[in-house]
Design a protein around this ligand. Sequence first.
Ligand code: KIV
Length: 359
Amino acid sequence: MIKRVTTHEIRSMKTRGELIPMLTAYDFTSAAIAERAGVPLVLVGDSFGHVVLGYSSTIPVTLDDMVLATAAVVRGTQKAMVVADMPFMTYQESPEQAMRSAARLMQVGGAHAVKLEGGSGIATTVRKLTESGIAVMGHIGFTPQSINQIGGYRVQGKDEKSSAKLLNDARALEHAGCFAIVLELVPAEVAGAITTGLSIPTIGIGAGPACDGQVQVWHDLLGLLPDFKPRHARRYAELATIIQEAVSKYVADVKSKAFPSEAESFHLPSDQPQVVPGSAGVQRNGRTPVISPAMPGAWTPERIRTLRETLRMTQLEMSGRVGVAKNNLSAWERGRKHPSLRHQGILDTLAREAGLQPK
Ligand code: KIV
């Protein structure tokens, strides 16, 4: 059985001086890719609200949203430790509320740890959680759930007083039992001092290279939001461009009938009696014909031929319009094969264009 990364392993990475790469994921597929790429710590961040749900902040994200995303991420991973963000107002009220919220993220979502925003003010809550056996990651510096109170995306701890408070907060969280702390938008020097001052790992985002690990948002790392490029993020790919090009090709292929091809289509088995809805069924391989009840508007061989003649087309021209091989069209006209429901729909459209009466 594959073993999950544990809090013990994350802590010993710091002791060994091994840097910790952490990345967000919000669904099964991206979590599986992240794990295959060697990410030991996956964060189901409430940035989900921004990058997946399209909110302008993380405040509207609910516990149900996070449970759903967490469960998908856990299903996509076997080895990585999955940390789930506790969303706005699901832990601030009381330690008891925090316990209930964490329990849902773990019991329903399957999270292995939870992350809370805040410093010494939430230390009592963190202690209650950790004493109950819950693995907790702290998050200080810029805390997005407090954006309205902070007044914008600002680097925190830039003066002596606020940097001392950050160090105090980090220590309080360590004492309360956190196994790691995220430092967001903190001057590199301050993050370095906090990292040295703690025995648990710091994971930075916009906090410089001295942290014990780094965390990035999936969409930022992969260039999925072309118009959003935070200074702290590095784009390792321009996936929005690549995806858009691929989707444009698909749109063009559908419109030109280049998709689907014969290889991407399915047919009735050739060694069985063929009863095609809406047409006279003919058993293949020279056996006794099987007659199916004709449906209204059925495309009989005569009708297909009449349509083609009305359109003044050769078999080759008409097979191009319908999107089949010329041999198939010829077989339809001889009653050897019958158009699929999809092709009957195309024939209906051509008949309307030619002004033929519906049957
Ligand atoms: O929600 C999130 O993605 C986060 C990271 C930015 C640390 O909290």
